[in-house]
Design a protein around this ligand. Structure first.
Ligand code: SF4
Length: 326
């Protein structure tokens, strides 16, 4: 379904691939680490080829620390650690790294996701060592100073650590959110109208259902009255949507959404084919088959049956693209 418009003209067109994402520059092959090297091996760039276009950023170089440079580490209060020099604790670049986000506004406005280098005191998202005490031992873990500032500034932007993307399920979940973010940014956000908002929500129906049926109802209630400030409602809607999608869908959630989607084929397929779909969904639900099995079968049958409105669903599109099968 890559670069293809959905069958129903009411749905905003899908974004063209590749979509832009920000990436820690050392992951993108830039020799910007403190030791003058890079870590292009620390994320699965090849698995993302053709899907994303990288916009590299190195905040430590950006604030003028140079290459090579003395390394820094997180120290002090675990709730609000500081980025200080390893050899010279008088060097404190916390405020500079936080302020650097403001200088990257135009880049951050033009991307739909961010892949950060794991365990960096500037870029790490999870489990960055925070050292404290007199002996400088690790006391806890925290988030890199720049990554934390980006996430505060852009709460709806999908973020992930490069190393975690070697896991296919994590990669697919991240890519799905990136695609939906791109779809919103390019197809809706620039010119929000009540009709576009409703069309977008209708395209998201099964995607959101897979993640949370309650959230689907909550999002629907948000759009129940669009007689007021539509851009303000749209902003609330998108925040709630991205917050919902940030939690991975469970097997039960996917099975529920797929079963509802299969309902589009009720009167269009012979019972033997409907049973085949139901069985593949059940095999997935109990862990005997990957998600791609019922999803691929469903897409094939929906296309054959000309159930184009369902094929246009972002749920199928985003997962097929994220799996690299379309
Ligand atoms: S982890 Fe971040 S700050 Fe460190 S070299 Fe890579 S891009 Fe630069």
């Amino acid at each position: 379904m890559r670069n293809r418009s959905p069958a129903t003209i009411a749905l905003p067109p899908f974004p063209r691939l590749p979509v832009s994402i920000a990436v820690s520059e050392c992951l993108a092959g830039g020799n910007v680490r403190y030791d003058g090297g890079h870590r292009s091996d620390a994320w699965p760039a090849a698995a993302l080829a053709g899907l994303v276009q990288c916009r590299p950023i190195c905040p430590e170089v950006g604030i003028g620390m140079g290459v090579p440079r003395p390394p820094i580490q997180l120290v002090g209060d675990t709730a609000a650690p500081r980025a200080r020099g390893v050899a010279d604790a008088a060097v404190d670049v916390t405020a500079a790294l936080q302020a650097y986000v403001a200088s990257q506004t135009s880049l951050l406005d033009a991307v739909d996701g961010y892949v950060f280098k794991a365990r960096s005191p500037s870029c790490g998202v999870h489990d960055v060592p925070v050292r404290g005490g007199d002996d400088g031992e690790q006391e806890a873990t925290g988030r890199g100073i720049f990554a934390a500032a980006v996430m505060r500034d852009r709460p709806n932007l999908p973020v992930e650590e490069g190393e975690r993307l070697f896991d296919a399920a994590v990669r697919e979940h991240f890519l799905m959110r990136v695609l939906i973010h791109a779809h919103w940014r390019k197809g809706v956000a620039g010119d929000v109208t009540a009709a576009r908002l409703i069309a977008f929500h209708s395209g998201c129906k099964y995607l959101v259902m897979a993640h949370s049926v309650n959230a689907y109802r909550r999002l629907g209630r948000l759009l129940a009255d669009l007689s007021g400030d539509v851009p303000a409602i749209a902003a609330r809607y998108f925040s709630c949507l991205m917050e919902t999608l940030a939690q991975p869908a469970t097997r039960g959630g996917h099975a529920n959404a797929l079963t509802h989607l299969a309902g589009h084929l009720k009167r269009r397929l012979p019972s033997v084919q409907r049973r085949e779909i139901a069985e593949s969904i059940e095999r997935y639900r109990i862990g005997d088959a990957p998600l791609s099995v019922p999803m691929g079968l469903l897409v094939r049958r929906l296309r054959e049956s000309d159930a184009g409105d369902a094929v246009g669903q972002y749920y199928l599109w985003a997962h097929m693209v994220a799996e690299g099968r379309e």
